[in-house]
Design a protein around this ligand. Structure first.
Ligand code: ADP
Ligand code: MG
Length: 320
């Protein structure tokens, strides 16, 4: 007789594993990595009450738990191939599990990623996914590759997720329509995998904006032993927050808001045409927002070159 745990794994998480010799069901999965590739490995956890509300739509939770991990693979220029899923559940709720699994597996299928294993335990709801991705040897987009005078680029537009989350906590700044659209980008983020792949050999460093542009760019600065200057007027604020009257609220949301999952990357000024061509080919907005300098940390400047103070630097789970 199958136990409820195995029944659950079989029903919701056992799927044909396209890129694997052996998927779910044995003590380990067996994978066949592509010769000449490095494995890029990353894990992210989403915890109830910390990363999502208890009444979250389970389909969007399944999507998001995977999307935030795929976003890390994108930031390395890596191709995600396999995932494992560690799921902690307070109880077995079939409707919830079916929706969660559908959200996760739909995104996995879209990107040709196979669920090859995991662990299922009982406790307060939390979702941990590990992604194994491949990148041709030596071509990963690392945080430590930025060079002095590199241009700093960002994909997409920024700021809507922060204002949407604030609105959920009761601080309403967006119109009702803008809130609905912004909330959608928070719940259904799209990892920029095609962009990451296209930037191999073009960008010199990259990071995904999960904790806010300024805070994440600071990681590139630190690892590359350089400073960064961002021109505030160049930062592409989301049109959804364009109606927010207070300019400093808009700027702050775009510069420090997390949950974006866009890529910030640096590239030599000689690569401007290549970057523009990638944006045109993928239909993505890629904006040059500043450059890498000697020094340390991120400085945001106005049109006159004067530095603009920021309200916060980005999200930190253990900040006081
Ligand atoms: P073990 O006791 O060897 O750790 P488990 O009973 O935890 O094995 O898991 C049995 C099989 O089911 C393994 O192949 C494991 O990878 C897989 N598995 C368990 N939980 C999940 C899950 N949530 N998603 C995908 N695969 C899972
Ligand atoms: Mg186990």
């Amino acid at each position: 007789m199958a136990s409820p745990e195995f029944d659950l794994i079989t029903r919701y998480f056992t799927r044909p594993a396209a890129n694997a010799v052996l998927g779910v069901g044995d003590d380990c999965a067996l994978l066949l990595p592509t010769p000449g590739c490095e494995l890029a490995v990353t894990t992210d956890t989403l915890v109830e009450g910390r990363h999502f509300f208890p009444d979250v739509d389970p389909r969007s939770l399944g999507h998001k738990a995977l999307a935030v991990n795929l976003s890390d693979a994108a930031a390395m220029g890596a191709d995600p191939k396999w995932i494992t899923l560690a799921l902690t559940l307070p109880a077995i709720d079939h409707a919830w599990l079916a929706a969660f699994s559908a959200g996760l597996c739909t995104l996995a299928d879209q990107h040709g990623v196979s669920l090859v294993g995991g662990d299922t335990t009982r406790g307060p709801l939390s979702v941990t996914i590990t992604v194994l991705a491949e990148v041709p040897r030596g071509q990963a987009l690392r945080r430590d590759g930025a060079k002095i005078d590199d241009d700093i680029w960002v994909s997409g537009t920024l700021g809507a997720p922060l204002l949407a989350v604030e609105q959920r906590y009761g601080k309403a700044t967006l119109t009702r329509d803008a809130f609905a659209k912004a909330a959608h980008t928070v719940d259904w983020p799209e990892p920029q995998l095609a962009l990451g792949r296209a930037l191999r050999g073009v960008a010199r460093s990259a990071i995904d904006i999960s904790d806010g542009l300024v805070g994440d760019l600071a990681h590139i600065c630190e690892r590359s032993s350089l400073g960064a200057v961002i021109e505030a007027a160049r930062v592409p604020a989301s049109p959804l927050i364009g109606r927010v009257a207070d300019e400093s609220v808009r700027l702050n949301a775009a510069l420090t808001g997390g949950d974006e999952y866009q890529l910030c990357f640096t590239a030599a000024p000689s690569a401007r045409h290549d970057v523009a061509a990638i944006g045109a080919r993928l239909g993505l907005l890629l904006t040059r927002i500043g450059s890498m300098r000697s020094g340390q940390g991120v400085t945001v400047v106005d049109a006159y070159g004067a530095s603009i103070p920021l309200v916060s630097q980005g999200f930190d789970h253990f900040a006081a």
